[in-house]
Structure formats: structure tokens, C-alpha cells
Design a binder for this molecule. Structure first.
Ligand code: HEC
Length: 232
């Protein structure tokens, strides 16, 4: 609510309305930015939250339709219960985020979290690798792990064998990949897929740090053999 002054008396207008309708009397009481910037701030955030909200709504509708199809096909109540509980929860999350209009602006990150259930993990918060290199585990699940690895010039990741397929991406620098008995020069911006069970080592043969993204595919194990290399 905005304030007005009458006869030297300051009081609230008691007119509940959108604050963007009177930016000079609302936002600019505290902010020095222009009306345009402040208005765009509001609309930008609302637009982004709405985008995610619409995706969530499509999934929510699909879940309802699929639940009905399962019931019609003879699913038992005890089979449906846990599923319906999820649908009910999802509906409440949606309601919480969508009905409280202002929250899209006030708490855009919180509302996005409720709708999209994603995690933003700042680099500094990622755990270090359990060996003596400059490496961070960016993400890990039972099926997949991504590691950001930096080898200084002359540093050497010793020959080792992994029981799962690994995809490397060289983001920066130049390295030699020892793979099996071969040594392959790997230029920047190259993806290498190494199958499980193959001996490999990464010496940094360049003069710059070698930055590599390492993706471990825990769900592909036991295959062995060739290497696929693609330069993007
Ligand atoms: C009573 C004072 C006050 C009013 C009125 C106010 N704000 Fe703010 N606003 C703040 C304060 C304090 C912060 C937090 C600043 C910080 O954390 O650095 C803030 C933060 C923000 C931010 C976040 C800045 C950022 O870097 O993420 C935006 C955007 C913003 N306000 C826009 C608005 C708009 C648009 C309005 C009007 C609809 C408004 N504010 C009304 C005091 C106010």
C-alpha cells in the first residue's frame, strides 16, 4: 500500500492494487532505478516462473489422465494410493506457487524450486575428488557422475582401469590420452568415449592447465573395446 500526505499528515492510501501501477509511490520509495527497469524486473521474474509453471501444469494434467486410465484398466486401490498421493502433493505445490501471485516476484528461486524441483549447485560447494588432483565432483548419482578435473602442465593422471564407461570432454588445454597401448593427442573441444575395462592415463603435455569434464556412466559396465572420438 502506498502512502499519501494530506494537511501534513502521512497515511496509507488503503487502496490495494498492483504496485507496478504506481512505481513512483511504491518501488521508488526505496529504489533509485528507473520505472522501466523496476517494471521489467517484475515482469521478467514473473515470466520465468510462468514458463516453469506451464511445464509443471502439462505434467500435472498428464498425471491425472494417466491415473484415470489406470483406474479404468482395473488398478487396485492399494496400487493407486501411493501414486495418487504424489498427484495430490503435486497439486498442492502448484497451488502454493501459483495462487500466491506475488511469490513469483518475491521469491523467484523458491517458487522455481517448488515447481521444477531442480538444484543449483555452486562450484565452490561441490566436493573435492578423493585423490590428490584439482578435481570437483559436480554431480553424482547411482547411475552417473560428472567430475571437473584440472591437470597442471606436466601433471599426470596415472594409468588406471575403470569398471564403467567414461566420457571425457576436453574443455581447455591439450593432453595426450594413453589408451590401451596407444597414445592419442587430444585437442581442445573434443569428446572421447572410453569403454569400461580399458587402461587409460592422462598426461598434460601442454603448457596450459588441462581442464577436462569426466562423466562416468555407472550403468554401462562390462562392455569393452573401441574408443569413439568426436571433435565438436
Ligand atoms: C521498503 C523498501 C522497498 C520497496 C518499497 C521495494 N523494495 Fe525492492 N528491495 C528492497 C531491499 C531492501 C532489497 C534487498 C536489497 C539487497 O538484498 O541487496 C530489495 C531487492 C529488490 C530486488 C532484488 C535485487 C537483486 O539484485 O536481486 C528487486 C528486483 C527489487 N527489489 C525490485 C523492487 C520493485 C520492482 C519494487 C516495487 C514493486 C520494490 N523492489 C519495492 C527494498 C524495497
Amino acid at each position: 500500500m502506498t502512502y499519501i500526505t494530506e494537511g501534513g499528515q502521512k497515511f496509507t492510501r488503503h487502496k490495494i492494487a498492483s504496485p507496478v501501477g504506481n512505481i513512483a509511490g511504491t518501488c521508488q520509495v526505496c529504489h533509485r532505478e528507473s520505472e522501466e527497469i523496476l517494471r521489467n524486473n517484475v515482469y521478467d521474474r514473473q515470466r520465468k516462473v510462468k514458463e516453469i509453471r506451464e511445464l509443471a501444469e502439462i505434467e500435472l494434467v498428464k498425471a491425472h489422465v494417466e491415473a484415470k486410465a489406470a483406474c479404468d484398466a482395473g488398478a487396485l486401490a492399494q496400487e493407486m494410493d501411493p501414486f495418487l498421493q504424489h498427484v495430490r502433493n503435486a497439486q498442492w505445490y502448484w497451488d502454493y506457487a501459483a495462487a500466491s501471485h506475488g511469490s513469483a516476484f518475491r521469491f523467484p528461486v523458491e517458487v522455481s524450486r517448488i515447481m521444477a524441483d531442480f538444484r543449483i549447485i555452486p562450484f565452490e560447494e561441490t566436493p573435492k575428488v578423493p585423490f590428490n588432483f584439482d578435481g570437483r565432483i559436480l554431480f553424482k548419482s547411482d547411475k552417473f557422475e560428472v567430475v571437473h578435473l584440472v591437470l597442471k602442465p606436466g601433471e599426470y593422471l596415472d594409468p588406471h582401469i575403470q569398471p564403467m564407461d567414461v566420457v571425457f570432454f576436453v574443455m581447455e588445454g591439450k593432453g595426450s590420452l594413453l589408451i590401451g597401448k596407444e597414445v592419442v593427442e587430444i585437442p581442445e573441444n573434443t569428446t572421447i568415449h572410453v569403454k569400461s575395462g580399458i587402461l587409460r592415463a592422462w598426461p598434460n603435455t601442454g603448457k596450459r592447465p588441462l581442464r577436462i569434464l569426466v562423466s562416468k556412466l555407472f550403468y554401462i559396465t562390462g562392455s569393452s573395446g573401441m574408443m569413439i572420438q568426436a571433435t565438436i
